[in-house]
Design a protein around this ligand. Structure first.
Ligand SMILES: *Cc1c(COP(=O)(O)O)cnc(C)c1O
Length: 529
């Protein structure tokens, strides 16, 4: 109001620090970022917001207090008064305490009353079935930082710690547990993940039967317009437009049921254009990779030869978290070699991804794929693209024929890259985990294994890698190379159409946001009123 930057106060370890606010327009929304790197703050507090997951446990709890407590205060300082708060993973759960505290201070409610008001107007989404993804803090650390807040809410420290404690273990103060207890609307990110989450958190509601545990499922979606190619956008507009009046999104204007009316050649040519663009991108990037390594002319020329746009192309790109098993397709190199070098039905793999800097095994996976891509026998048939980012992801989900996804079930809570692929007519070959457990049916793609329980990790990897080889060799490649007199793979195209028709209208953010709205936000809003 006075032309000076807006600052809010957050108490940390006996000091009051200043937090700055940045407002970034994103589409029609604003993204609000918090910043502790201000000259007003003493040096030890300035780097709090410097790096995600940077620093030690102490810095981590400081980050989460800045995010949770500071986040609520930032909204208030900006004159925003939301009626509904949505906590995304446990990391921002301190927000719930700050709201309780503010309600008590502002309207004289008791802790119990304020807690109920906050509970009734808060939603929480859990994203990971991996225990390490759920954050725990030592009780001593929580006490050090939260004691002053605790006093303001009229709680003893023991009462406060109880809210983040599980009944049976004392691994510490769990941010997920806090959110589960203080939010009335809770969801996992797919239907299978809902069931997994109920198993995981049954201990919070020990008296309830499994089906009554209050964790719902809202399956993730992708923002379709952001992930389809311009060529696909044009094609969909041509065939599927309802009555197109303006620059609205394809999600508002397309009747996906009309996919059956799309001309086979039109769809195939659109796909081939994207495939050629992917091949060009991969060659350009490989050349730069080799140049950086100081490779000679002959090697650079080789980069011009990798990938054949006419060959069946399998894509795999994501974070190299170990549970995603990026190297599963390499488990039997003899068989892989046989598949990629087949005279009649050749197959090629494009792989990309990054590992978390602290994930040693994830980095080993990258090394293994990179090494295989240099192996003379596999040259040009298994390609690793460095420096994975959203641009590479876009080219890949738009330009390969098949999207491979082989996480260890049920660790992939949802997965989204396969949805991006489907929106571009790319067929999914995936373990029945996350979204694919809902999306899969035989006319739209392939499943790796069935939801079986294995005797050992070894057995699981063997069975599922064999399934990949068998499907590729006996089902997928034969269908891909089965061409009509016009040169088109009509059976394949039929599957592409079915996949787009069935998957795109459901696995998108429009449907997802409506579901959050109808299941949670409307009710939470009414509760606040
Ligand atoms: C979509 C996307 C992801 C997530 O993919 P998953 O299938 O959920 O693992 C990761 N990184 C980038 C760059 C993406 O575009």
């Amino acid at each position: 109001a006075h032309g000076a930057p807006l600052r809010i106060d957050v108490q940390l370890d006996g000091e009051t620090i200043k937090v700055g606010i940045w407002k970034v327009p994103v589409g029609r929304n604003s993204l609000i970022l918090l910043d502790t790197n201000l000259p007003e703050n003493s040096p030890q507090f300035r780097p709090i917001t410097e790096q995600l997951y940077g620093g030690d446990r102490e810095n981590r709890i400081r980050q989460e207090i800045v995010l949770g407590v500071g986040g609520a205060r930032a909204l208030e300082a900006m004159g925003l008064a939301p009626t509904v708060f949505h906590v995304n993973e446990g990391h921002s759960a301190f927000l719930l305490f700050e709201r309780i505290r503010a309600l008590m201070a502002g309207s004289g409610l008791s802790f119990k009353e304020a807690r109920e008001a906050v509970w009734a107007s808060s939603a929480f989404t859990t994203h990971t079935p991996v225990m390490a993804g759920n954050e725990y803090f030592d009780f001593a650390l929580v006490t050090k930082y939260m004691e002053p807040y605790c006093k303001q809410m009229g709680l003893t420290m023991a009462e406060f710690l109880e809210i983040g404690k599980e009944e049976t273990t004392s691994m510490g103060f769990c941010m997920t547990v806090v959110a589960l207890r203080l939010c009335s609307f809770i969801n996992a990110v797919s239907l299978l993940h809902r069931d997994t989450s109920r198993d995981m958190w049954h201990k919070i509601w020990p008296a309830l039967p499994h089906y009554e545990i209050p964790i719902d499922g809202v399956t993730n979606g992708v923002h379709t317009c952001s992930w389809i190619s311009h060529e696909h956008q044009k094609l969909y507009r041509k065939y599927l437009a309802k009555d197109y009046h303006g620059p609205d999104s394809v999600m508002d204007n397309c009747d996906w049921g009309k996919m059956t009316e799309v001309d086979d050649r039109d769809l195939w040519e659109t796909h081939v254009i994207r495939k050629q663009k992917l091949v060009k991108l991969v060659r350009d990037r490989l050349k730069r990779q080799y140049q950086r390594l100081g490779s000679d002319r002959t090697v650079l020329d080789e980069a011009e030869q990798v990938l054949n746009p006419d060959f069946l192309t399998i894509g795999f790109a994501r974070r190299f978290a170990t549970y995603k098993r990026a190297t599963l397709f390499m488990r039997n190199l003899e068989r892989l070699l046989e598949i990629v070098t087949s005279e009649k039905l050749p197959v090629q793999f494009v792989v990309a991804g990054k590992a978390h800097p602290a994930d040693t095994q994830g980095k080993e996976f990258i090394k293994a794929v990179a090494k295989l891509s240099m192996d003379k026998r596999f040259k040009g048939r298994v390609v690793f693209v460095e420096d994975y980012n959203m641009n590479v992801a876009r080219y890949m989900v738009q330009g390969v024929d098949v999207w491979l996804n082989n996480p260890i079930r049920p660790l992939e809570a949802s997965g989204t890259s396969g949805m991006k692929a489907a929106a571009n007519g790319v067929l999914n070959l995936s373990v029945l985990d996350g979204w694919w457990a809902e999306g899969y049916s035989p006319e739209v793609g392939w499943s790796i294994g069935s939801p079986e329980v294995y005797n050992s990790d070894e057995e699981r990897d063997y069975v599922e890698s064999e399934a990949i080889y068998n499907l590729l060799q006996k089902v997928i490649a034969p269908l891909y190379y089965d061409r009509g007199p016009d040169g088109l793979p009509h059976g394949w195209i039929k599957m592409m159409k079915a996949a787009i028709r069935k998957l795109v209208p459901h696995f998108n953010t429009h449907r997802m946001v409506v579901e959050y709205y109808e299941k949670f936000y409307v009710h939470a809003h009414r509760a606040t009123k």
